[in-house]
Design a binder for this molecule. Structure first.
Ligand SMILES: [Zn+2]
Length: 442
């Protein structure tokens, strides 16, 4: 019997395996997902959904369908610095290679760098990212063009940036961005003071008040290195976590990037205040920052999110690489093979990151959740044989098994090609980026 039009779905996707990341972590074989108006409407076994009428069908043979991954911390436009200056101490890298070029940034360069980053994320299964950079309006434009979901914030410093001359101008800019993207389906805004060592107590409290006034999340780098802890002690006579707690910055509204140099007492403070953490294992390893005490966070009932940081300190934006690094790092660091098991790491890259972005509907396939989905080719050589899909996602996948990527019910990658981006054109434009970077040699 024909169903009334109101019960007709936009799309029905079938797949051999559906990994839901729902509360029971259900994995359904021979499954189907129905989508309507960009949201998951129904899911289950294919036979249970056999009655469904949809305008379109996508039969993903020999595929695993799962929620898109969520990157909890990045600076997406920094793709233009990828591989420019590796293997250097953090401060030398920043002051000799990055900062001198960043002061010349333009909206066009930021947007182009972001588009390259979007292409990489789409191609490796990331559907949402949290971004902090300069001239973030250009990142928003790129994310909309690519069709990716994004929580973004202008990096707020005590010194001028290419986007503003004073912190007051930065706050005005953030207000404009918040008004511009209020109720936008793909873009959310956050207040993002860069870090303790690049701001002042006045800036941090102004950011806190702005976040409360506009009811927006906050995100900042915190406790990334021992050197940061020492400089905070020298300047404020407090370690970074204590300093932020006294400024009333730590709350469920706030997510911190890194959280490497933390004591047990500081882990307690972060857990008590329900502050979220975005863990960036590859960046922390590459910059020799240290190892974030993730097992200590998990032991306190806190699930961190997972992020890549910028492509200049990783050097990829690939969340599959990040998951593998996360699991391996914490095992060898704790000398416990049971540390950070695969399901926990997958939870970090989906549910934990979604919580860090204050976008709790993401990272799962449940009725009502946004249709942000990816599919992986189960016939990939590195997936043979298949006993446990979660194990393969964390320990065997490279991300290039991806065969489909969708955000908000719209295809971004399908049948081996980008849908939302003109990738050949983007490759040509990327040559401009390289020239721009090299021409700004100081
Ligand atoms: Zn960062």
């Amino acid at each position: 019997m024909q169903q009334p039009a109101s019960q007709t779905y936009d799309l029905l996707i079938t797949a051999d395996i559906l990994l839901t990341q729902d509360a029971d972590r259900r994995i359904i074989e021979d499954a189907a997902v129905a989508i309507k108006s960009g949201k998951i409407s129904a899911l289950g076994s294919r036979s249970a959904l056999a009655h469904i009428v949809a305008k379109d069908h996508l039969h993903l043979r020999r595929s695993l369908l799962m929620p898109g991954l969520v990157n909890a911390h990045t600076h997406i436009s920094m793709t233009f610095f990828r591989g420019l200056a590796d293997d250097l101490p953090l401060m030398e890298w920043l002051t000799r290679h990055i900062f001198p070029r960043e002061k010349h940034l333009t909206a066009e360069i930021v947007q182009l760098g972001a588009l390259l980053g979007c292409a990489e994320m789409i191609r490796t299964g990331t559907t949402t990212f949290q971004d902090m950079y300069l001239i973030e309006s250009a990142v928003a434009t790129a994310a909309c063009q690519a069709g990716l979901r994004c929580r973004l914030g202008e990096a707020i410093f005590a010194f001028p940036s290419p986007a503003y001359a004073t912190p007051q101008e930065a706050y005005a800019l953030v207000r404009e961005q918040a008004a511009c993207y209020k109720n936008h389906s793909l873009i959310g805004i956050a207040i993002m003071p860069h870090a303790v060592y690049t701001t002042t107590p006045e800036i941090l409290t102004a950011c806190r008040d702005l976040a409360h006034e506009l009811d927006l999340p906050m995100h900042l780098h915190l406790a990334e290195t021992i050197e940061e802890v020492q400089s905070c002690l020298d300047m404020h006579n407090r370690r970074p976590v204590e300093y932020c707690r006294e400024l009333d910055l730590l709350s469920p509204r706030t997510s911190i990037a890194h959280g490497v140099a933390l004591t047990d007492a500081e882990l307690d403070i972060l857990a008590l205040t329900r502050t979220c953490v975005a863990h960036n294992p590859r960046s922390n390893m590459k910059l020799a920052s240290g190892v974030a005490p993730v097992p200590g966070m998990l032991a306190r009932g806190r699930l961190p999110g997972l992020g890549t940081d910028g492509a200049s300190s990783n050097n990829t934006l690939n969340m599959f690489a990040e998951m593998s690094a996360c699991a391996l790092l914490h095992k060898v660091h704790s000398m416990e093979a049971t540390a950070c098991p695969a399901q926990t790491v997958l939870d970090m890259a989906t549910l934990g990151s979604a919580a860090a972005l204050q976008w709790p509907q993401l990272g799962r396939i449940t009725p009502g959740a946004p249709a942000d989905l990816i599919a992986l080719d189960l016939d990939s050589p590195n997936f043979q044989p298949l006993y446990n899909p979660v194990s393969h996602l964390v320990y065997a996948a490279s991300g290039h098994e991806l065969s489909m990527c969708m955000v908000d019910g719209k295809f971004l990658y399908k049948d081996g090609a980008f849908v939302s981006l003109d990738y050949p054109m983007l490759l040509l434009e990327a040559q401009k980026l390289k020239k721009w970077v090299l021409d700004r040699r100081d």
